[in-house]
Design a protein around this ligand. Structure first.
Ligand code: SF4
Length: 412
């Protein structure tokens, strides 16, 4: 990277300072809850009981609430409830209207505007549900929804029709029927527990579910999708980790979007899960003014690796009703991926995907690196924009000339 003017140098150096700052692990602190005992603060049930769920609480804790946020919060309970754990609330910068944590958590009136292409079930889950609470969209795996509750609610949630029950969806998973369906379908080898957030269930209930699934001979692989380590790291107790490790191979997909979410508390919680031998992946959603910036994204991905988490997917924000104000464009996403590939560790790179609207499943999208391809050669572009030829002979005969870099950059 180089700058041509003094102004660019200033911008560049402040961007670097920003990523260095974001890269550091800090505690979320106690904020407004300084008088709470350590045992209460570190008790996940206390955190849940003391969530911020009303406009009055928000106004008291955050006098800087804007008119858009006030109006949005007033209407939130008709769409997706407001709930934020005290721990996570401490990450909101009340002085910054554009705080990336605030944008994900505080309802805004724009949520009531539904664009013509937005839907209440953008991934078509309900139409692929053979049994209430089970989605069978791909051939060899199912999505097992175990609850409609989360520790906190993300304003862009793709399942907002269901989670928090604000719209009266009246979700009732029927575990017996869900498990019976899985047992009757030998093609299912992979079960993803999701919701809502499965780690909100008690250890006993989770153990009961996981042992019933493990008892099905054709189930090879179990996964849990959760945002609990980020919203409520106190829930990741040694007892939970000891229980989960009985069910290997069990993977866990965390959901974190911004480097500020990765605090010392979260790093320690993820460390406990990793020490229990649970492979950890992360799923992020590309969100406007939250993480649609290559430097912020790179810092987040690198910080995840420091927490022993492999970035797994970067999702284009689904076309969920009322989310236009949070959606970054696909062009922006591709641009960010272009600025990551080759510029940082390959392990840090997630697959950028669009969940095809209406139930088409995840489609990977990527900047173009293959410029052309025919029977005897592939022309490639690397991360620096240099062009290379990779020759291949279908019959295995010696390649003449050997593969080489192409000198005419205009080919690119
Ligand atoms: S944690 Fe997941 S399921 Fe819950 S509100 Fe956030 S995105 Fe939706």
């Amino acid at each position: 990277m180089h700058s041509e003017t003094a102004q660019e140098e200033v911008v560049e150096s402040s961007a670097r300072q920003g990523s260095d700052f974001l890269k550091e692990f800090r505690s979320a602190g106690r904020g407004f809850w300084g008088n709470v005992s350590d045992s209460d603060w570190n008790d996940w049930r206390w955190q849940l009981k003391n969530r911020i769920t009303t406009l009055a609480q928000l106004q008291r804790l955050m006098p800087t609430l804007t008119p858009e946020e006030t109006a949005g919060t007033r209407l939130a309970n008709q769409k997706l409830a407001l709930a934020i754990t005290p721990y996570f609330f401490n990450l909101i910068d009340a002085a910054d209207e554009h705080c990336p944590i605030r944008a994900q958590m505080i309802p805004r009136v724009e949520e009531t505007h539904t664009a013509s292409w937005e839907m209440s079930d953008p991934c078509g889950e309900d139409s692929h549900s053979p049994v209430p609470g089970l989605v069978h969209r791909y051939p060899d795996r199912v999505l097992f929804l175990v609850t409609d509750r989360c520790a906190a609610y993300c304003r862009y949630c793709t399942r907002s029709r269901l989670v928090s029950n604000a719209t009266g969806y009246d979700f009732h998973p029927e575990f017996d029927k869900q498990i019976a369906y899985i047992a009757e379908h030998p093609e299912i080898r992979d079960v993803l527990l999701s919701g809502g957030d499965p780690l909100l269930l008690s250890d006993e209930k989770l153990e009961f579910l996981l042992s019933r699934l493990r008892a099905i001979p054709h189930i090879e692989f179990l996964r849990i999708g959760t945002r609990i380590p980020v919203f409520l790291p106190q829930r990741i107790t040694p007892a939970l980790c000891a229980m989960l490790k009985q069910f290997h191979p069990l993977f866990l997909s965390v959901h974190s979007n911004h480097p500020r979410e990765l605090t010392t508390e979260v790093r320690d919680a993820l460390g406990r899960l990793a020490d229990a031998g649970i492979p950890l992946g992360n799923q992020s959603v590309l969100l406007r003014h939250v993480n649609d910036d290559a430097e912020v994204m790179k810092t987040h991905l690198q910080k995840l690796l420091m927490c022993r988490v492999k970035p797994y997917y970067l999702y284009q924000c689904d076309l969920i009703a009322g989310s236009s104000h949070l959606r970054a464009s696909v062009r922006r996403g591709l641009d960010i991926m272009e600025q990551l590939r080759g510029h940082t560790t390959g392990y840090a790179l997630p697959t950028y995907v669009i969940d095809a609207p209406g139930g088409g499943g995840k489609v990977p999208v990527s900047p173009e690196y293959v410029l052309s391809r025919n029977a005897d050669r592939v022309v490639l572009r690397n991360y620096e924009g240099k062009i290379f030829e990779y020759a291949e002979a279908a019959d295995g005969s010696p390649l003449t000339p050997a593969p080489h870099q192409i000198e005419e950059p205009e080919l690119g």
